[in-house]
Design a protein. Structure first.
Length: 235
């Protein structure tokens, strides 16, 4: 499989030329593919996840599953509890459903701020973004420059299909979130995620009460509010 060979080449090239590099794992199916490739190849790339405090228990259980399968402990970064408390005290538990601004502020506290901490001192980060996931990701490239954090960003699965992701998981026996077996196709925080109906795009279950064009948390957008999509090509 050419895409598998390309993935392995890309992982090793990132490890060789962009150390220290990290995989920012949401523990999605895509990120489990990348986790397997990194650990199977012994690439020496750190893997971390953002524990927002609102993740499904099934998602968090994957941290233990990875350790059991590979002998590697995924590092976790968490939001500042004071920021979380201030937000909840000011706006309440249901704030995310009342306005896009409040929902994005919640994402900022629980995801963006911990991400900045996780990427500090790194030369590159890797994500599981794929073009077919949603209209907001249709133009994602395999290599970009993240102007927000000032480092290279790689999306090695950008051109992979959902079927190719699952074929890899089956072929290599990669652990995955059991919520996928219950109709979920994109899994984030529990209050912001629901199963997807037949015919909907993979990320239709994320922030489903919003217009499709706003359904990003901010991890993958630049200062102009658009998806970062500069500098194409391989390392």
């Amino acid at each position: 499989m050419e895409k598998l060979a390309q993935l392995e080449r890309t992982v090793l090239e990132i490890a060789r030329h962009f150390a220290p590099a990290v995989l920012a794992s949401s523990l999605s199916a895509e990120d489990m593919v990348l986790t397997d490739a990194i650990l199977r190849l012994e690439a020496g790339i750190e893997i971390f996840t953002l524990n927002t405090g609102r993740l499904h228990p099934e998602t968090l259980q994957l941290i233990d599953a990875v350790e059991e399968r590979y002998g590697y402990r995924i590092r976790t970064f968490e939001p500042d509890p004071r920021e979380v408390s201030q937000f909840l005290n000011a706006h309440g538990d249901e704030a995310i459903y009342r306005s896009i601004a409040l929902r994005k502020r919640c994402c900022e506290i629980r995801k963006l701020m911990p991400l900045a901490q996780a990427l500090a001192g790194k030369r590159a980060w890797i994500t599981g973004l794929r073009r077919e996931q949603s209209i907001t990701r249709a133009n994602v490239q395999e290599r970009e420059f993240d102007a927000v954090h000032g480092l290279a960003k790689f999306n090695p699965l950008a051109h992979w299909s959902e079927a190719e992701v699952w074929n890899y998981i089956g072929a290599f026996g990669v652990p995955y979130n059991p919520l996928y077996d219950r109709g979920f196709r994109s899994i984030g925080c529990a209050p912001c995620t629901r199963p997807v109906a037949p015919g909907e795009d993979p990320r239709a279950g994320r922030w489903w009460w919003e217009d499709a064009s706003t359904r990003e948390c901010g991890l993958h957008v630049g200062p102009d509010g658009k998806l970062i999509r500069s500098r194409q090509g391989q390392p």
